[in-house]
Design a protein around this ligand. Structure first.
Ligand code: NDP
Length: 300
């Protein structure tokens, strides 16, 4: 795996390089599966409507799935698609033996009940890990599909920090797709976990207690240097687009990178930190789902 790059303050956690290594590992294992079991895992991605950010994500997922040596099935539906039509497609994908992973790109248009669609996905093909069965498996320590973004954060933490046992971890954000599963994963690693959110009192003081600080908030550059314990590891999940002086925009995280880099021990940049890990973990989950569903051993 990658080594850290030393910046004047914090070590830069290079998620882009780590993700490329993980994708290459997935491709290597997919090649073994093909030769050993005559199996090529398949990922089905469903996109409803034309949300520009979702279009980019779906295109990338398709390209990287093929690059990893797996089948990619894209289903693009118009933004007028009704609930029943989408549920019928999910059902067909559940029953399709060539499909090992199903991902319904969020957000869905208003006429569709997102929870009902996520609940309709076969939990064993739920490579996003959003189904309540997988949330329950994670909470109770059973094997299952783990949401890709927090899984990517955990991989980075284990690589750069090592043993997490006994560390104080603070997760800012309590969404079902990032904050809560992140907290569960850190608990599983025997961290002492605090989940902070918009009602948390004196958030800077809570954050200053963290050896590991994960920001998944959606507020540009909210976390400042004086919120961070010197030497702490900071994982920035946020993806926010802010205006530049020339009228264009740029991506920033939930952490004020330049400010926090002066005190943190290690930090993920945005872009190039957590973001690339999400798709790499999706491919990894698809490969694992293909093996688990068929009772096959994961290639070494
Ligand atoms: P949500 O909007 O679902 O959740 C945001 C959380 O932040 C909520 O729990 C909210 O608290 C909390 N919050 C909001 N404002 C504050 C505040 N001022 N102080 C403390 N807590 C606050 O967002 P997501 O979890 O879906 O995403 C979070 C960020 O991560 C976004 O920037 C998103 O774009 C990014 N993201 C990045 C991914 C990647 O691949 N790198 C993947 C997914 C998301 P409350 O519950 O009280 O409202």
């Amino acid at each position: 795996m990658t080594d850290s790059t030393n910046t004047p303050g914090a070590t830069l956690i290079d998620g882009k390089a780590f993700a490329a290594t993980l994708r290459a590992e997935v491709a290597r294992k997919a090649a073994i599966l093909k030769q050993r079991d005559n199996l090529v895992p398949g990922l089905a991605v469903v996109l409803v409507g034309h949300d520009p950010a979702s279009e980019v994500y779906v295109r990338n997922k398709g390209k990287l799935t093929l690059e990893a040596g797996m089948h990619s099935f894209e289903h693009r539906l118009p933004d007028t698609t009704g609930q029943e039509e989408l549920l019928a497609l999910v059902q067909r994908l559940n029953e399709d033996p060539a499909v090992d992973g199903i991902l319904v790109q969020l957000p869905l248009p208003d006429q569709i009940d997102t929870d009902a669609v996520l609940a309709a996905i076969d939990p064993d093909k739920d490579v996003d890990g959003f189904h309540v069965v997988n949330a329950g498996r994670l909470a109770t320590g059973l094997p299952g599909m783990v949401p890709c973004t927090p899984l990517g954060c955990l991989m980075l933490l284990k690589h750069y920090v090592g043993d997490l046992s006994g560390l104080n971890a603070v997760v800012v954000g309590r969404s079902n797709i990032v904050g809560k599963p992140m907290a569960q994963l850190l608990l599983r690693e025997s961290c002492t976990v605090t989940i902070a959110h918009s009602r948390t009192r004196d958030l800077p003081a809570v954050c200053r207690n963290a050896d590991i600080l994960v920001a998944a908030v959606g507020r540009p550059q909210m976390v400042k240097a004086d919120w961070v314990k010197p030497g702490a590891t900071v994982i920035d999940v946020g993806i926010n687009r802010i205006p530049k002086e020339d009228g264009k925009t740029r991506l920033v995280g939930d952490v004020d990178f330049d400010d926090v880099s002066r005190v943190a021990g290690a930090i993920t940049p945005v872009p190039g930190g957590v973001g690339p890990m999400t798709i790499a973990c999706l491919l990894n989950n698809t490969l694992e789902a293909a093996c688990l569903r068929r009772g096959l051993a994961l290639p070494e």
